[in-house]
Design a protein around this ligand. Structure first.
Ligand code: PHE
Length: 454
């Protein structure tokens, strides 16, 4: 029998799980990464590919993660081990859990660096140094930050420190109260930003860029980036949602909850994208300008708004907060495992893991300055390489195997009782999604990327 409660704590109700999972999903992926990769990959067709991947791969895999977590009630590695035993599957399946721990570690190392930029920008905006600037000046301010490894390392350290502090206190108690208020506030400020975008006259062009289907704009690699981003933005494929699933009370409906989370995450990304591209086109900026896109457009917009220093400062506080709630979930699979396996003290585990991750993060800091011409693969810096390896390879592979595990290995009865599905139709949808659609989605994109088709 699997227990009804996890030893790491439990969410007090359905809504709090929605908030925590949405807190994990909504982060830099939505506000920073989505707009810039959509810009680099030509907009419209990329956005549609991403939406397809969210629906086809993201939703079923997220459901599978929650149900595996809730059935196992332990860290992803141990939940997988327990379920494999129950269903006589091969031990190799628990490699999914191990790979997830590694992916979480790698992602957090650069995530903390970018989140550090966000922390730095709180003070920059609040002090009014962006008031009235134009695009060139905003770009220059970011370039100045990038060329200063010490400054970047300082804010990377601050972000990692805050994350470790919260993680060491336990996810459940540490997160609940804060998420309840700050997430809705972030949403409101994104709407303000969008309102500015509309008023500035760039909305029509921004909208067309994001949803206009220019088929020749999507490259083969763009398709992989869209798939990888669907996994990244939903926090799936590495066990974060599985770890959180272990703390979900048995009465919660997985289907309804997962659809809510995926929808929330997608809406936030689309609003952020529309706001940022409106600003891009109103100011004659370049949509494909890369990872700096948000850090140039957003300060520019607030700099021109009445009360912009206040709103802008608050905006970056909220972005940093959204990043922290995601960062926490990146560590949870590893922390929960170490606590279970070695009976280790949570805070000690959190500090050691944070320290190691911080050290690796320095390589990403240097990717923007002293190591900017050190390439790992092709023309990719350390930062680019870790981002590519995790988002475009590790997470989609994780998602693929999680879907296969849920579809073929887990006993049907377990799955159906976890999901509370009885109708034949619903069973058919679930089985086709996990056995065929989601795996095929990932495989086709992979094959497309590997084979020399153009
Ligand atoms: N989903 C988070 C974001 O969009 C990042 C993340 C990825 C968090 C994977 C956990 C696991 O910012």
């Amino acid at each position: 029998m699997t227990p009804d409660e996890s030893k790491h704590g439990m969410w007090s109700n359905r809504w709090l799980f929605v908030l925590a999972a949405a807190g994990s999903a909504v982060g830099l992926g939505n506000i920073w990464k989505f707009p810039y990769i959509a810009g680099e990959n030509g907009g419209g067709v990329f956005v549609v590919a991403y939406l397809f991947c969210v629906a086809l791969v993201g939703v079923p895999v997220m459901m599978a993660e929650v149900l595996i977590g809730r059935q196992g009630r332990q860290s992803p590695i141990n939940s997988m081990r327990a379920l494999v035993q129950q269903s006589d599957g091969s031990k190799a399946w628990s490699l999914i859990g191990w790979a997830g721990v590694l992916a979480g570690f790698l992602i957090l190392s650069f995530y903390s660096v970018i989140a550090g930029w966000g922390l730095y920008y709180i003070g920059q905006l609040a002090s009014g140094s962006f008031t009235g600037v134009d695009g060139a000046a905003a770009a220059q301010a970011l370039a100045a930050l990038h060329s200063n490894p010490v400054l970047m390392a300082v804010f990377h350290t601050v972000f990692m420190g805050i994350t470790v502090y919260i993680v060491s206190r336990g996810v459940v108690s540490g997160l609940e109260r804060a998420i309840r208020w700050l997430m809705p506030l972030l949403f409101i400020l994104l709407i303000v930003l969008l309102g500015y975008g509309v008023a500035s006259g760039g909305f029509a062009e921004g909208f067309d860029f994001m949803f206009g289907l220019k088929w020749d704009a999507l490259s083969v690699d763009g398709l992989l980036v869209a798939l990888g981003h669907a996994a990244f933005t939903l926090s799936i494929g590495m066990g974060a949602i599985m770890a959180y699933g272990a703390y979900v009370p048995s009465s919660v409906s997985i289907t309804r909850t997962v659809i809510t989370i995926a929808a929330l995450d997608t809406v936030v990304a689309l609003i952020a994208g529309l706001a940022i591209f409106s600003i891009v086109f109103a100011n004659g900026l370049e949509p494909g300008s890369g990872p700096g896109l948000m850090f140039i457009t957003v300060p520019l917009a607030f700099g021109q708004m009445p009360l912009g220093a206040l709103f802008g400062g608050v905006f970056f506080i909220l972005v940093s907060f959204a990043a922290i709630t995601s960062a926490i979930s990146l560590t949870e699979p590893a922390i929960a495992f170490l606590v279970e396996e070695y009976n280790a003290v949570r805070s000690r585990v959190a500090i050691s893991l944070g320290a190691a991750c911080w050290l690796l993060g320095l390589a990403s800091v240097f990717s923007f300055n002293i190591w900017s011409d050190v390439y790992v693969v092709g023309e990719k810096t350390v930062f680019d390489s870790i981002d590519y390896l995790t988002a475009n390879i590790m997470l989609p592979l994780g998602a693929l195997f999680i879907a296969l595990f849920a579809g073929y290995v887990l006993p049907k009865a377990t799955v159906m009782s976890q999901l509370g599905i009885t109708s034949k139709f619903a069973v058919a949808i679930w089985t086709t999604s996990t056995r065929v659609l989601a795996p095929l989605g990932v495989l086709i994109v992979f094959l497309y990327t590997i084979l020399p088709i153009d």
